[in-house]
Write a protein that binds this ligand. Structure first.
Ligand code: AMP
Length: 361
């Protein structure tokens, strides 16, 4: 029995209990609002008091994510702990799980923080298709791997990549040295380039009792590597993406909401790109689809409650408001059939997610 199970892995939280959230960004903010609707309290742990979740939570602790003493003190004051981003240091996650149920578990972080571990897990333990990949630790590894995987291919840092950061496309052998220099000395992974027809995702939850509820397939369009729109339910969903997501959740004995991103090939075949052990930007449409939204679903799972109904009553297009897009808030707020969600960030820097709108279609 590990530390978490001996600390009451089956604990069900009653209204009035406190959920700790590692991270204070917009995902934490929307989780806190959902928790509040269910009569649960939220304690945010963030490196900055000036974060989107701070003003909607009962309690905020300020500390670094790698300060295990501070994380431990925070977790001791919570009835369960969750996280809103996947780069929580493993030692801190393990410290939290020694004093409170951590949902999802530290294992979900171990798997999703490192692209090499993630792809190996997906291929070997879950048995799903992923892009061909090679472990890269030197320019010599890279030259050999480019020969094996072919051109074009994508060099990515194993850790801390998001929204296209920490990755570079290699289109010709002459690009190899520059690609390596731009990312080294970080350990990297080389991936075969996937000529996908579209990008889709599944947001799914698994409860403490093993119940699984998946939202319908969502079609995603990226601009400058950042999610631009998510349309749900996506056309042509044969249910196979939800089955893959369920396998991943079961394999990890997962509790909470997860996002699974796929490349879909012209023949319909699905290739898993990555998993996010948290609520996911491509699930924001659920807030206005007439079902239990992903934030409430996550809180229900973390609290050990039954999962809610994940069947949407409406089709929705979610559009992210990036940087200056947010300045159109007054116009967007007037639009019929549109719900606007803003994250309370004051500084609309380029590429910063400031909010999103859900258009019911
Ligand atoms: P990621 O950070 O891995 O989610 O990648 C960000 C985006 O880059 C993806 O949503 C794709 O649009 C593109 N991309 C990443 N990896 C590949 C790949 N192996 N083949 C083709 N496109 C990719």
């Amino acid at each position: 029995m590990n530390a978490e199970s001996s600390r009451g892995a089956q604990t069900v939280l009653a209204p009035g209990a406190t959920i700790g959230i590692l991270g204070g960004g917009q995902l934490g903010r929307m989780m806190a609002v959902a928790a509040s609707r269910l009569g649960l309290n939220v304690h945010i742990y963030s490196p900055s008091v000036d974060c989107p979740a701070a003003c909607v939570a009962e309690t905020v602790s300020v500390g670094a994510f790698d300060d295990t003493h501070s994380v431990l003190a925070f977790a001791k004051s919570c009835d369960a702990v969750t996280y809103e981003f996947e780069n929580v240091p493993a030692v801190s996650a393990k410290a939290a799980s020694s004093v409170a149920p951590l949902r999802p578990s530290a294992r979900a972080l171990d798997v999703s923080q490192d692209r090499l571990v993630e792809k190996s897990f997906l291929r070997a333990q879950v048995g799903v298709d992923v892009a061909g990949f090679e472990d890269i630790n030197s320019v010599y590894d890279l030259k050999r791997a480019v020969k094996r995987l072919g051109l074009p291919c994508v060099l990515k840092t194993r850790r801390f990549g998001y929204d296209g950061k920490g990755q570079v496309i290699i289109r010709a052998e002459a690009d190899i040295a520059a690609a390596w220099n731009s990312l080294s000395p970080a350990p990297c992974i080389l991936e075969a380039f996937i000529p996908f027809a579209r990008e889709v995702s599944i947001v799914a939850a698994r409860g403490l009792d093993g119940q699984i509820a998946a939202y319908p397939l969502t079609e995603n369009v990226h601009r400058n590597h950042i999610l631009h729109t998510s349309t749900a339910p996506a056309a042509q969903d044969d249910g196979s993406a939800a089955k893959i997501a369920a396998k991943i959740l079961e394999q990890l004995d997962y509790v909470g909401v997860m996002g699974v991103e796929f490349f879909q090939m012209p023949d319909g075949r699905l290739i898993v790109n990555e998993i996010a052990p948290r609520v996911h930007n491509s699930g924001h449409w659920t807030q206005d689809a007439g079902c239990t939204d992903q934030f409430e679903q996550h809180i229900r799972a973390v609290a050990g409650w039954p999962l809610g109904d994940a069947t949407p009553r409406h089709s929705v297009v979610m559009t992210n408001l990036i940087g200056d897009d947010v300045n159109a808030w007054a116009e967007l707020a007037k639009k019929p059939g549109t719900r606007i969600h803003l994250y309370g960030k004051s500084d609309a820097r380029p590429a910063r997610k400031m909010g999103h709108v859900n258009q019911i279609i």
